[in-house]
Design a protein around this ligand. Structure first.
Ligand code: BJ8
Length: 428
């Protein structure tokens, strides 16, 4: 598996044996939830390989990037504007953990009642299983939820080089100005880190690279509106998770090829989705790499996930950044505007999210929505009440599921999902 990188892991001071066990446990979940599917597109082979690459070849690429004089930052949220980093030769990588394997290592040092995404991420670092922790030049946090922002304080107190972006909690002129200032400060921090000055042409190029990736993802997700989608929701999740860790240009190339294959499949009427499968929208907390649990349960209980209203779904790729030439300030302002359109549950009120939920439910012809709440994720959990009421108004039933990264509740969840599927009215 990751044996060829053992020398690197040892040099990074990792616990090589434990890391191997973690990789093995992720792989077992991947086999059970993803590779067990039938009728998958051939183009998925590349995206499958990203799961292994995330703990192998991608580490080598980051090291090569640093050896060539570039800097490397770890991020934890899709509000961090990657374009600014790329334009300064800084490689950004999402370090969010999706495996339950490392959760106990975080629980030994942090409160247990914080969300599994944070515990998995921290547990990777605490257990010596994170190859990126030791090579990052800086971590970039944000103030999206209480657990995260207090965690950054603890990390900073432990001597980790942290930059925290203040994500506002309301949307309006005053907070838009605050956010624009945060993006500007991010630029300054990265200029210091990289020893470079942000150049207009480099920034426009980085915007184009990211826009290309967003367009390709939008095209992929658009296939899900088909009556019988040419790809499963689990596979779309695998691709979208990969977008957070892969090199953006290489990722776009492979995704554009997959999209061509999917277009061909539509023409030929090829679909891995059983006729009559219930069309389900999943919304709420993100499901990052390592976490395929809910999609697998839905798609092996008579449903197909046709929309992901989450940061590992539409929230990640919707809205392009206008490509502005020769004007760094205008380009930065356009970037700030684009990122502030993300409708995370950290915003109150969150009318924009309610509008988006309705738009997505209608566009993808969903028959039911499952709100996916990571345990202790209060923002999405409480907001689920308004989301359910909004969906109810347009006749879409919803089910709210609160869960963690363990498999212990899988049987119980399956029973609830199957019962929900039976009551969801067919729109066809
Ligand atoms: S923009 S969803 S990526 S913050 S799941 S750590 S919110 S308690 S990940 Fe998120 Fe950015 Fe929002 Fe998206 Fe907290 Fe909830 Fe845990 Fe979360």
């Amino acid at each position: 598996m990751s044996e060829q990188y053992h020398a690197i892991y040892e040099e990074l001071g990792m616990d090589v044996a434990l890391h191997e066990q973690m990789v093995q446990s992720i792989h077992e979940g991947f086999e059970r939830c993803v590779l067990s599917q039938t009728g998958r597109p051939e183009g998925m082979a590349y995206f499958d390989s990203l799961v292994e690459a995330a703990h192998g070849s991608r580490v080598q690429e980051v090291l090569d990037h640093k050896a060539a004089g570039g800097a490397f930052i770890g991020t934890f949220c899709i509000y961090v504007p990657d374009e600014v980093a790329w334009a300064l030769g800084v490689l950004p990588l999402a370090l969010c953990g999706g495996t339950g394997f490392t959760v106990p290592y975080a629980e030994a040092r942090m409160p247990r009642d914080i969300c599994p995404l944070i515990k998995s991420t921290l547990g990777m670092a605490f257990s010596g299983c994170c190859p990126f922790g030791g090579i990052k030049d800086m971590a970039v946090g944000e103030t999206t939820c209480d657990a995260k922002k207090k965690t950054w304080d603890v990390m900073a107190a432990w001597g980790i080089n942290f930059h925290v972006m203040e994500v506002p909690q309301t949307k309006g002129e005053r907070t838009a100005a605050l956010w624009a200032a945060e993006v500007e400060e991010f630029r300054t921090r990265l200029e210091e880190l990289s020893g470079r000055k942000l150049q207009a042409d480099a920034l426009t190029d980085a915007v184009r690279v990211m826009n290309r990736k967003r367009r390709a993802l939008a095209e992929l997700h658009a296939f899900r509106a088909e009556e019988r989608p040419p790809i499963s929701g689990t596979d779309v999740l695998v691709v979208t998770q990969g977008a957070l860790v892969d090199d953006p240009e290489r990722f776009s190339e492979h995704l554009e090829a997959l999209n061509e294959e999917l277009a061909e499949r539509v023409t030929q009427g090829i679909s891995p989705v059983a006729e009559g499968a219930r069309r389900i929208m999943v919304g709420g907390s993100p499901a990052v790499m390592g976490n395929w649990k809910l999609h697998h349960l839905i798609e092996t209980s008579g449903g197909v996930v046709v929309a992901d209203e989450s940061c590992t779904g539409t929230r990640y790729f919707e809205h392009l950044v206008p490509e502005i030439e020769d004007d760094v300030d205008a380009q930065l302002a356009a970037i700030a505007d684009r990122y502030l359109q993300i409708d995370c549950a950290c915003f109150s009120p969150n009318a924009e999210r309610m509008e988006n939920v309705v738009r997505l439910a209608q566009h993808y012809h969903v028959e039911g929505a499952i709100q996916y709440i990571l345990q202790y994720c209060h923002g999405y959990n409480v907001e689920a009440i308004n989301v359910a009421a909004t969906l109810d108004e347009i006749g879409v039933p919803s089910l709210t599921i609160e869960t963690d990264y363990s498999e212990e509740d899988a049987g119980q969840l399956r029973t609830r999902i199957e019962a929900f599927m039976e009551m969801a009215p067919a729109v066809r």
